[in-house]
Design a protein around this ligand. Sequence first.
Ligand code: GLY
Length: 576
Amino acid sequence: MKYLSFLIPVAGSAVFFVTGCNNPGTSALTPYSYTIQKSMISYNGAVVSAHPLASKVGVMILQQGGNAVDAAIATQLALAVVYPGAGNLGGGGFMVAYLKDGQSVAIDYREQAPAAAARDMYLDSSGNPVMRLSQYGHLSAGVPGTVAGLFASIKYATMPFEQLITPAIALAEKGFVITAGEATSLNHTQEEFQQYNTFPVAFIKQEGWKPGDTLVQTDLSETLKRIRDKGRSGFYEGETASLVVSEMKKGNGIISPDDLKNYEARERQPVEFNYKGYTILSMPLPSSGGIILQQCLKMIEQRNIGQMGFQSAWSVQLMAETERRAFADRAEFMGDIDFVKVPVHALTSDAYLEERMSDFIQGRAGSSEQIQAGRLNRESEETTHLSIADQWGNVVAVTTTLNGSYGSKTVVSGAGFLLNNEMDDFSVKPGVPNMYGALGSEANAIAPGKRMLSSMTPTIVLKDNEPYLVVGTPGGTTIPTSVFQTIVNIIDFNLSASDAVNKPKFHHQWMPDELYVERDFPSAIADSLQDMGYTITRRDNIGRTELIRIEKNKTGKGYLFESVADKRGDDAAEGF
Ligand code: GLY
């Protein structure tokens, strides 16, 4: 098959980048005019991500004959341009894949603490945490992992990297039209961009952004070109690395040339377990996500939750109590498995989980041990997830993050990308909640080269050894509980894919001892839960779940893909 990629300037700006091949129906990328599609049925492949242009880039790669891993790489690169709040080069992430030959893959490209990091680096002289330092600016950044992750996943891809990065370069160089959500979010962050940068950054527009404005990122396009031309050393060495290190010097940052050069993505064994005949594959440590998901699903497995009914007071209470117990374990035991011993087997054994639920009383709220009340603060939980499936039976779930919205708010001068503020995902001081209100212990203390504990939960569900669900979401600590609910909504409550994603969600994380429910969570159920003893806290959106549900085509050959992009953002489902 012959592929063509070319630029077409049309009347200044209507359609500027078209990639074509001899496959009829190949779509064009139209960054100055696009719509957001929330769900679709397709037969040859599907991509769901946080931005319509990124989803379209993924589908274009599938149409060009790429597999799901090719599409995942191209979609992540596009998100680094069109979704600067969370898509990234300066952050990190995790990929879980199930390949057509039955191989399951987990790639860890989580950020890690620089060599000069120290356990108490965010404490003042009295030993009190200075959260501003772990959450904003240069010192809050961990060594970025995303670019290493893309190159670690390329061995499962089929296309030249150059082809996968070309759409992202075009989007950065020529620009794209921003949505209303993006305009609001950029305007909302303008003061912080001004505070944490010494250089004019592409994200600041003095008069304010409006929907339909074009965002051009010239420095970022040059960085992408260096990665295209030099591979991972185009990021971790040479000019890009020098720009990162110079940026560090401007704000007391500590990432060094060696930190960058020595960063490695790691292949890990996915978390794998059985739930009611389905095989679940998810992310292992340093993400707590897969273990929390396993604990929660296994704690409800024998309890006939389907009969309790979707979002009945009883089913919500049961799920909330499993979440409480899983998060208590997260705080106590979990951290980077390469640095601390985590009793994973014990934490996920049937006997342990049965014992864990022995004090569960239906109709009565449990009680979290009072250590210190953490609060979920209003900082948005800007991570991003993409789900991809191809016609050959390969499926990929990727969650990546800068941590907070726009990460540290610091753009690397001259390189055009934002640095993460992932250091805040460490336990800055045992017993002190991080920006998500999550508590941690010694297991998640800072150490040089260590990876901070995550909650990201890119997940694949298999039915009879065939891909059935590809799912994940952003949302900080609410990530594993949202994935848990989405899976239970489908397997136990028989909800449609769309309802499984879009119906109101809830969240319990042990500390603070509150049950968070979205604003549209039914009031009558919230009242019943309050009567059981729960403190109910209404909050804004929980997650932005991207789901693909896959069926074997009725002919027995090929697949039917039902893709759903969460209603809670600009998320978009594409397929062909
Ligand atoms: N930064 C969010 C997470 O990794 O869980």
